[in-house]
Design a binder for this molecule. Structure first.
Ligand code: NI
Length: 132
């Protein structure tokens, strides 16, 4: 039985400690370079600053969750455009081509399996590996 934070057995980078998202976002000065702030089992919890348009891509093996904290984000799909504001979330179904476009600066939380490539099936100049 464990009576406190299981910091010695958990694989989570943030298990047992408080993460202040406001501070994390304040320090994020580069767009489209998500920072892993915690791990939940095999999932990364990431903070990302988005600015302008990303690139069209898809993730064939995983859904992708966007939680908008600040700003206005449009996720373009081939079938529709999803407009998100603060406090709203959207899950892009696996295999769906999408292109996120931030109106100004947008702060988002992303939750996705560890190792998910931000640009999906292709790697290019926009690809960013938060573990590098
Ligand atoms: Ni994506």
């Amino acid at each position: 039985m464990t009576y406190g934070p299981a910091t010695t057995t958990s694989t989570s980078a943030a298990a047992g400690r408080t993460v202040d998202l406001k501070d994390v976002f304040a320090r994020l000065d580069q767009p489209w370079q998500p920072k892993v702030v915690a791990r939940l089992n095999d999932y990364d919890i990431k903070c990302a600053r988005l600015e302008g348009a990303f690139v069209w891509h898809d993730h064939p093996d995983t859904d992708e969750l966007f939680i908008v904290m600040n700003g206005s984000l449009t996720i373009h799909l081939h079938t529709s455009d999803i407009a998100l504001g603060p406090g709203q979330l959207y899950v892009v179904p696996r295999g769906f081509q999408h292109c996120p476009v931030a109106d100004g600066i947008v702060h988002t939380l992303l939750i996705e399996p560890r190792g998910t490539v931000d640009t999906g099936t292709e790697t290019n100049e926009r690809t960013y590996d938060p573990d590098d």
